[in-house]
Design a protein around this ligand. Structure first.
Ligand SMILES: Cc1cc2nc3c(=O)[nH]c(=O)nc-3n(C[C@H](O)[C@H](O)[C@H](O)COP(=O)(O)OP(=O)(O)OC[C@H]3O[C@@H](n4cnc5c(N)ncnc54)[C@H](O)[C@@H]3O)c2cc1C
Length: 216
């Protein structure tokens, strides 16, 4: 039978600690709200930004001039832009330089080529370059560290499985606590793999096999 822990109370609950969730949590805690992130995996390496990103949609007047509308149009004509809400995209662009400055200050290298931001890639010839090229390999670790530093509480391995509704409004959420399961799986899985007789290669073995197969 499932055991229920005592409820945790917070002002703001962020479900999922991806890039969006962590940034929202930092903004929330900066407004003075007690903020909790419930993440099903581990925010240091979860979600689509887990392994790092390298370009960041950004409006930089020094590079793009004073008409943000031109950059908004370019963003909306990009691969992802057409599906986004126009007002939100504009808001995103208005904040983007400030966020780039913050990320750089926190430890994500937004200026890998020198003292200023560089824009490159993902543009048709002659069209404005809207993608700030950055080194985001550590972005999830940095955002996690910064969120904790600013007072956000992060509960990793807590998938939210249901919402609690009171008087027609969302009043909370129900999450599983996966810690025990994760530890058990990491202890038991290697033994099970051996038992099942699966052929799991080490990195060195894989390189050797690749060399043999490719004749190198
Ligand atoms: C390989 C790759 C390269 C990319 N490169 C770029 C790039 O260079 N530039 C760019 O702008 N974009 C890039 N993207 C897209 C970008 O990474 C995503 O748009 C961005 O990371 C989305 O962040 P998010 O916080 O909105 O969502 P997600 O990253 O999906 O985060 C959602 C989080 O919620 C957690 N979660 C989900 N369900 C639950 C639940 N029930 N309970 C608790 N937690 C839950 C997940 O574990 C995850 O941590 C790339 C994507 C990929 C995959």
């Amino acid at each position: 039978m499932l055991k229920f822990n005592a409820p945790i109370t917070t002002d703001v609950l962020v479900v999922g600690g991806g890039i969006g969730g962590l940034c929202a949590a930092i903004a929330s805690v900066r407004e003075g709200a007690k903020t909790l992130v419930a993440e099903k995996s581990d925010t240091r390496r979860s979600g689509s930004g887990a392994t790092g990103n390298d370009h960041f949609a950004c409006y930089y007047p020094k590079q793009h001039g004073n008409d943000i509308g031109v950059i908004l149009k370019e963003l909306r004509q990009s691969l992802v832009g057409a599906y986004h809400d126009e007002k939100l995209s504009l808001r995103f662009l208005e904040e983007s330089l400030h966020v780039a400055d913050l990320w750089h200050e926190w430890g994500i290298n937004m200026k890998p080529f020198g003292d200023d931001y560089e824009f490159m890639g993902h543009a048709y010839p002659g069209r404005p370059r809207i993608w700030l090229k950055y080194d985001g390999h550590n972005q999830k670790q940095v955002l996690t560290r910064q969120a904790r530093k600013e007072g956000v509480e992060i509960l990793n391995h807590h998938p939210v499985v249901d919402l609690v509704v009171a008087d027609g409004e969302i009043a909370g959420a129900l999450a599983l606590m996966l810690f025990v399961i994760v530890v058990l799986i990491s202890m038991v899985l290697p033994e099970l793999i051996k038992l099942w007789g699966l052929n799991v290669q080490t990195d060195a073995e894989a390189k050797k096999n690749f060399a043999l197969q490719s004749g190198r």
